[in-house]
Design a protein around this ligand. Structure first.
Ligand SMILES: NC(=O)c1ccc[n+]([C@@H]2O[C@H](COP(=O)([O-])OP(=O)(O)OC[C@H]3O[C@@H](n4cnc5c(N)ncnc54)[C@H](O)[C@@H]3O)[C@@H](O)[C@H]2O)c1
Ligand SMILES: O=C(O)C(=O)C[C@@H](O)[C@H](O)[C@H](O)COP(=O)(O)O
Ligand SMILES: [Zn+2]
Length: 390
């Protein structure tokens, strides 16, 4: 079967564009399962599915100002045609919105809109909108159902799936949050046509991550096809579908990160420390860029520990370099901080147990594993070497 085989829904066209072929990926969770729908021009399909989930219910459409300006009217048109009245709530774009203050403002806006327990909250945006909105949905009236309509590559391949929601703290990334699964995810890949090249590439780091975790063939395919994924051919939808299938499989066997799910954190112990040390400032580093550096570091650290062949670590960095993603601490604009600062920031990682770091390391591309009990001195010595490298 062709890797691009997809179900054609033949559904009615309620919008201005024909819905494209659609791939449906189930997330198998007992009592909380849901579907991820992937394809181009799926917004009116999404509205139909949302209407079926909550007949007669109200909806709140939470989005950021940039996505609102580009895509909200088209989606609201679809929602109206499906008989849904939605109140729009806009937040400022960017990581700064994953904050206590924005969380409080959002909860108050949802309450002012009289969103009830049986209504629906729709997160229409990137990972920032999804994480913040999902967290509000988790706690508002002790839990309201929410739908993810991710609009960035990163959110389509990662953050919209799996139910991790939350906000940042001055102490670290995503430290305040909840597991709250969406009831539906619609990844309309046509929305990515308006994404900046920088944000697209940042999202691509999380795509490559799935290959590095446990799918060497997918990494090979990414190396050969990354420019076509960026250009937006059928390879893009394929990359989103493979990523969603990989994430759905891990989440289905370990929803709350008691074991295997920590593999999805490959590169993130480094990445989250860098995001915290650059004050979540998108002009310096966005999440996907921090992950790119973190992936390269995880492989070089594994090599240093004698676990991973050097040629694999070199290949990972070479691919990130070819795509135009950063792979070294020296590429953090304004500097990454000292080894001490980086290791101290890592101390707030959620995988820390009794004060000791857990890392996701690799025995090679596609051979990642969870390594508890990594000594901070070992990490510090490695970071010092990395900082000294040109
Ligand atoms: N919950 C999870 O499992 C999970 C997984 C990975 C990442 N995350 C989180 O996701 C966040 C990063 O998400 P992100 O990379 O989507 O960033 P983002 O939400 O900040 O979006 C990036 C930028 O793209 C703009 N944008 C969004 N959609 C657009 C579109 N279609 N066209 C043009 N511009 C568009 C936004 O306005 C924003 O300026 C981080 O906070 C990260 O921690 C969460
Ligand atoms: O879904 C997961 O599990 C992940 O780890 C996916 C990551 O890409 C994502 O950045 C996540 O938000 C990190 O989770 P955290 O628990 O380390 O904050
Ligand atoms: Zn991530």
């Amino acid at each position: 079967m062709s890797p691009f085989a997809a179900e054609n829904t033949g559904a009615k066209n309620l919008g201005t564009k024909n819905p494209g072929a659609r791939i449906v990926v189930p997330v198998a969770l007992e009592g909380r399962g849901y579907e991820i729908h992937i394809g181009r021009h799926q917004l009116c399909e999404a509205a139909d599915l949302i209407a079926a989930l909550a007949p007669g219910a109200k909806a709140a459409l939470v989005t950021d100002e940039r996505v609102a300006a580009l895509h909200a009217q088209a989606f609201e048109h679809c929602l109206q045609l499906s008989g849904i009245s939605a109140v729009r709530i806009e937040i400022p774009p960017g990581e700064a919105s994953k904050s206590y203050s924005r969380f409080i403002t959002l909860c108050d806006s949802l309450l002012s809109a009289k969103i009830e327990r049986n209504d629906l909250i729709i997160a229409f945006g990137g990972g920032v909108v999804g994480d913040l909105t999902g967290f509000a949905a988790a706690v508002l009236r002790r839990g309201v159902r929410f739908v993810q309509i991710p609009t960035t590559l990163l959110s389509q391949v990662d953050s919209s799936v799996g139910g991790k929601t939350g906000i940042n703290s001055p102490h670290g990334k995503n430290l305040i949050g909840a597991f709250h699964q969406p009831v539906l995810v619609i990844a309309d890949t046509a929305l990515l046509d308006t994404l900046s090249e920088r944000e697209f590439k940042a999202g691509y780091a999380e795509v490559v991550k799935y290959g590095l975790i446990d799918d060497r063939d997918f990494f090979d395919w990414c190396e050969a096809n990354w420019s076509r994924i960026i250009a937006g051919g059928p390879e893009r939808d394929h990359a989103v579908a493979v990523s969603c299938k990989a994430k759905a499989a891990i989440v289905a066997r370990d929803e709350r990160e008691e074991g295997d799910r920590a593999l999805l954190n490959l590169g993130h112990t480094f990445a989250h420390a860098l995001e915290r040390l650059t004050n979540y400032d998108a002009s310096r580093l966005v999440h996907g860029e921090a992950v790119a550096i973190g992936l390269a570091l995880a492989f070089r650290f594994s090599q240093r520990l004698g676990l991973c062949p050097g040629q694999d670590a070199v290949r990972v960095a070479a691919h990130l370099d070819a795509v135009g993603l950063p792979s070294r601490l020296s590429q953090v604009p304004g500097g990454a901080g000292s080894a001490d600062e980086i290791v101290t920031a890592m101390g707030q990682d959620k995988k820390v147990k009794r004060g000791v770091l857990t890392f996701i390391l690799a025995r090679g591309i596609g051979k990642s594993f969870i390594a508890p009990g990594v000594a901070a001195e070992e990490v510090k010595a490695f970071i010092e070497t990395e900082l000294a490298a040109a």
